[in-house]
Design a protein around this ligand. Structure first.
Ligand SMILES: Nc1ncnc2c1ncn2[C@@H]1O[C@H](COP(=O)(O)OP(=O)(O)OP(=O)(O)O)[C@@H](O)[C@H]1O
Length: 241
């Protein structure tokens, strides 16, 4: 597996609401070498920020992130070639009128020959059962269908690391199962944030993020237990009305 290394990474940003920098992540060090890594935590805890650091979409304010030795700031082109990123909102990544065109666009660099590219796109769509929807306008697809289409476009180029930011939010039960099976069948390293604890339980290692810090790092079941405990402790006192 490629090694994704966070070396004392802090991310701090300017905001309009306060004169001092807002710290989104505080001096995180991690060596991610397992095949399936889950990232869980409350809304706003910093999960997407962790994921975005892996492909250089967010840059560390201090420290560095490397993917198989490539620095996500200095060697960002190498990193982007190796790291596929699936966004929570598929419309932020699907740019072509149809899914088929989008998958072919993803493949434009890796498969130069037009006929071979069409075949590779067909195979990538077929893998997720999307052939029937391939030529439909992206805007006529449901949210879940778009989410799968975005995954197909990223998987088509066979990245060595696949980063997924809450990939199952829009999926129904059947498509969640399809996603689960698809992820289980992949050879590459997966780093995935999710609120779907069943999906998190399938991971080899799970990080629990809380207020910009890794508060638990270990096996999936104890990580989920830890997160549940944090959620219970964080609830307001008194009976819900
Ligand atoms: N560019 C930015 N400027 C200011 N604040 C930011 C910026 N990006 C993220 N944040 C803040 O950082 C915190 C962590 O955001 P992040 O998107 O990483 O959370 P998350 O754990 O993925 O949340 P969710 O589960 O709701 O998607 C949030 O409070 C968010 O408002």
């Amino acid at each position: 597996m490629p090694a994704v290394i966070f070396d004392r990474v802090t991310v701090a940003v300017e905001t309009d609401s306060a004169p001092e920098l807002k710290v989104l992540l505080d001096s995180i060090s991690l060596e991610l070498t397992e095949q399936r890594i889950g990232v869980i935590g409350a809304n706003g805890s910093g999960k997407s920020t962790v994921l975005r650091l892996v492909n250089g979409l967010v840059q560390p304010t201090e420290g560095k992130v490397t993917v198989d030795g490539a620095d996500t700031v200095r060697d960002v082109r190498t990193v982007r070639r190796n790291v596929g990123f699936v966004f929570t909102d598929p419309l932020s990544q699907l740019v072509m009128p149809t899914g088929r065109e989008d998958v072919e666009l993803s493949l434009r660099r890796s498969v130069r020959n037009g006929k071979e590219r069409r075949q590779a796109a067909e195979a990538a769509l077929d893998r997720l059962g999307l052939l029937e929807l391939a030529d439909q306008s992206i805007y006529e697809l449901s949210g879940g269908e778009r989410q799968l289409m975005a995954l197909a476009a990223v998987l088509a180029v066979n990245p060595s690391v696949l980063v997924l930011d809450e990939p199952s939010t829009l999926l129904d039960l059947r498509n969640r199962e399809l996603l689960r099976r698809t992820l289980a069948g992949l050879d590459q390293q997966i780093i995935m944030s999710t609120h779907d604890l069943e999906l998190a339980l399938e991971m080899d290692r799970v990080l629990v993020i809380e207020k910009g810090e890794v508060v638990f790092d270990g096996g999936a079941a104890p990580a989920v237990d830890h997160y549940r405990m944090l959620c219970r402790d964080g609830l307001p006192a008194g009976k819900p009305r």
